[in-house]
Design a protein around this ligand. Structure first.
Ligand code: HEC
Length: 718
């Protein structure tokens, strides 16, 4: 390990801070904590390993390895692959520590693999009750583990934080991080900073109150919790910070939960000793309902900086005050030192859902610059004086259907960005999508409905679609641009436009490579300077997670945890169907001259069987069935019943139709993740949904989807 002066300063700072927070520890305990904490801080000096979620605490996802580079990447070949055990979405970035890879699949199943051979060393299944999956807005995914001091940490979909022995996979401790009476879920990767494991959660679509917590890495004891939105004032506020935040709220927000979950991004600056995290959308989305349309609603849609020892608030920057459009600021947070107007600035960068790219001063949260990286119709620009967006007229008035770009999935979702310190470019997996909002038409939609999306808007089709609004007609508008973004000039230097959405996260390397999976299931290496496509590999499945790289025994490897799923996969599976992609949860690892074969697989059946019976309901019942379906079932079975991850209801056979009521009301398939919906759907409602499904099945059968060519992307320089 080579120590630079900068790193020595960091080491000393950590040693000082750890010892004052740990009065009872003996001298040798302290130095051990110091050494382990420092190892993560100095991950930058271990290019052979990938120790933190984003490799280094600054989350740049850039590797100094150069063995695989622009000159030889055409010789890159598959070295090994490992099929994981679950069959839902995959979002994990593998970690590699001294020749062992730690990776997760859905339901937080953990695998330790020999990083050279792919041989399984151990696995760990938290055996989560599948019925809890009903609380996951966006598939039962998991974004990976944290490593610290011989331990592996993972969060489960039902809210447990678990510590495992890294060498055996044996469980050392677990702790419940949520109130199990509320629909919280964990999908994010824990991080470890200075001997504390940090974890947040999700659930803002279902009416929860967001927070992030810190646990002692050795014992699992809670050290602190930072609430991101205020609770019921009658219960008293937890601290002065949240009391002040409550001044920005109105009405009886606590009855709705408030939202603001911390479900993904974190970063840490050891010199400033600041932990940064991103905060999600409001619960419900609609500001008018949540807070009478008044107030900024802190800390929704904000980036927050706290002290990692105590959780004490230091600063925040709110990207979308009074959010009403599901504009989370949980997207990837990245730290980099960048020269701006001749001064080296310590910046924090984020491309949140709202479509603007932000460069902040990470010492104090001051806005340096912001510009839109995709088309934005809700605000004209960000005022640099006030740091606030300048909203366009009418964007909060949902009394008529209003179309907003970016839509709720955002101009950028969870897939990670990367940063190349050589060129100074940030690579953004962006997406171009609109969404439409309308006041709920049915007063019942305004009532709190535990276990159902409480968005306070009607953002799904509320009438049977006419031909021009059909599931496949406006596909040409849906693209996911890979943007090479200059954060100083705040503009794209070049871009690769992928057809359709669902492209994956980014990896850059000092070998001049940029690597990303496209929406059609190809892992592609580009020249990171020009965007020239240098190497593709067909994954046999889709991938949203970011690739990573490591070396063992002097050889460099590139890895990706592939597998199609997550929000797009479950509730808008069009690409999957169109490109013939099925979900195969699989780790694929490449090296120069690798020549392993992908496993033989059965081609997926993408056609439609003749419907089991003809639609017998009248048009009113079909409309009702459609509305109910989209309110209750769409989140898992897909918009207009197009599903790729879980059974496509349009192809359900006679047996399923016969026991439809037992499944939907009786919970007959509960153990497999299809809970009973008896609290939300009556027997007549379930039948109306069945009729609507038969209607969709009839259309699909008549109009078998065509499968376009896989070769997909076009380069456009500008
Ligand atoms: C939280 C996710 C989720 C929601 C919401 C959901 N389902 Fe399911 N559903 C599943 C899963 C997972 C399966 C697959 C279960 C299995 O593998 O046996 C399934 C299976 C089914 C099946 C069996 C299909 C077949 O061909 O085997 C039916 C029917 C069904 N769901 C109907 C519904 C209806 C109707 C609704 C809305 C009232 C609904 N589901 C809401 C997750 C969900």
């Amino acid at each position: 390990m080579i120590l630079s002066i900068k790193n020595l300063i960091i080491l000393t700072a950590i040693a000082g801070l750890v010892s004052c927070g740990n009065e009872n520890a003996t001298q040798s305990d302290e130095s051990m904590i110091d050494a382990e904490a420092a190892r993560l801080t100095l991950a930058t000096d271990e290019p052979e390993n990938w120790l933190n979620h984003g490799r280094t605490y600054d989350e740049q996802r850039h590797s100094p390895l150069t063995q695989i580079n622009t000159d030889n990447v055409s010789d890159l070949g598959l070295e090994w692959s490992f099929d994981m055990y679950t069959a839902r979405g995959v979002e994990a970035t593998p970690l590699v520590v001294d020749g062992v890879m730690y990776v997760t699949s859905s339901w937080a199943v953990v695998y330790a693999l020999d990083a050279k051979t792919g041989q399984l060393i151990w696995d760990f299944d938290p055996e989560t009750d599948r019925a809890w999956g009903v609380n996951a807005c966006c598939d039962v995914v998991n974004r990976g583990v944290a490593y610290y001091d011989g331990k592996i940490y993972v969060g489960t979909i039902d809210g447990y934080l678990i510590a495992l022995d890294a060498s055996s996979g044996e469980k050392l401790w677990d702790t419940l991080t949520i109130d199990k009476t509320k629909p919280y879920t964990i999908t994010g990767a824990p991080r470890v900073v200075k001997g504390k494991v940090l974890i947040g959660n999700g659930g803002a679509e279902y009416g929860v109150r967001g927070y992030i917590s810190a646990y002692d890495a050795d014992t699992g004891d809670m050290a602190w919790r930072f609430y991101t939105v205020p609770g019921d004032p009658a219960d008293g506020f937890e601290n002065e910070t949240i009391k002040k935040a409550a001044e920005t709220w109105n009405g009886e927000w606590w009855k709705w939960g408030g939202g603001g979950t911390v479900w993904d991004s974190m970063a840490y600056d050891a010199e400033l000793d600041l932990l940064y995290f991103g905060v999600g959308n409001g619960s419900p989305w609609n500001h008018m309902i949540r807070s009478n349309g008044e107030g900024d609603n802190l800390f929704l849609s904000s980036i927050v900086a706290v002290r990692p020892d105590t959780g004490d608030y230091v600063w925040h920057y709110q990207t979308t005050p009074g959010d009403s459009w599901d504009y989370t600021a949980t997207q990837h947070i990245m730290l980099a030192d960048i020269e701006i107007e001749g001064v080296l600035r310590k910046t924090l960068m984020q491309a949140p859902k709202n479509g603007f790219f932000y460069v902040l001063d990470r010492a104090n949260g001051e806005l340096i610059s912001a510009n839109n990286f995709v088309d934005v119709t809700w605000a004209s620009h960000i005022d640099l004086e006030t740091g606030r967006p300048v909203e366009l007229p009418g964007v909060r008035d949902f009394s008529e259907r209003v179309r907003i770009e970016p839509g709720p999935p955002g101009g950028h979702g969870w897939p990670s960005m990367s940063f190349d310190p050589e060129s100074g470019l940030v690579f953004i997996p962006a997406q171009k999508l609109t969404g439409s909002f309308l006041e709920p038409q049915d007063p019942a939609d305004l009532e709190y409905r535990a276990g159902l999306w409480n968005t306070g808007t009607n953002f799904v089709p509320d009438s049977l679609p006419v031909e021009s609004e059909g599931a496949t007609s406006n596909r040409s508008n849906q693209i996911s641009p890979l943007l090479a973004w200059d954060p100083v000039k705040q503009e794209a230097v070049w871009q690769v436009v992928h057809k359709d959405y669902g492209a994956g996260g980014m990896l850059t390397t000092a070998g001049g490579l940029l690597i990303q999976a496209d929406p059609q299931g190809n892992l592609i290496a580009y020249n990171s300077r020009s965007g020239e496509k240098l190497w593709p590999h067909w994954l046999q499945t889709g991938a949203g997670a970011a690739p990573m790289t490591y070396s063992v025994g002097g050889e460099q490897y590139i890895a990706i945890a592939a597998g199609w799923g997550s929000a797009f996969g479950v509730n808008s599976a069009r690409s999957t169907k169109h490109y013939g992609l099925v979900n195969r949860s699989r780790v694929l690892v490449y090296k120069l001259a690798g020549n392993a074969e992908l496993p033989e697989v059965e081609e997926p059946f993408l056609g439609f069987n003749a419907p089991v019976e003809t639609v017998s309901a009248d048009i009113e019942t079909l409309e009702e069935g459609m509305a109910l379906y989209h309110r209750v079932c769409q989140v898992c079975h897909g918009n207009r019943a197009v599903s790729a991850l879980i059974p496509d209801l349009r192809n359900s056979d006679q047996n399923v139709h016969e026991i439809w009521q037992d499944i939907v009301i009786g919970g007959a398939l509960s153990a497999n993740g299809m809970a009973s919906f008896e609290d939300h759907v009556t027997a007549e409602g379930a039948e109306a949904i069945r009729q609507y499904i038969l209607y969709e099945a009839t259309i699909a059968y008549k109009d078998q989807l065509e499968i376009p060519n896989r070769s997909d992307s076009v380069n456009t320089e500008n």
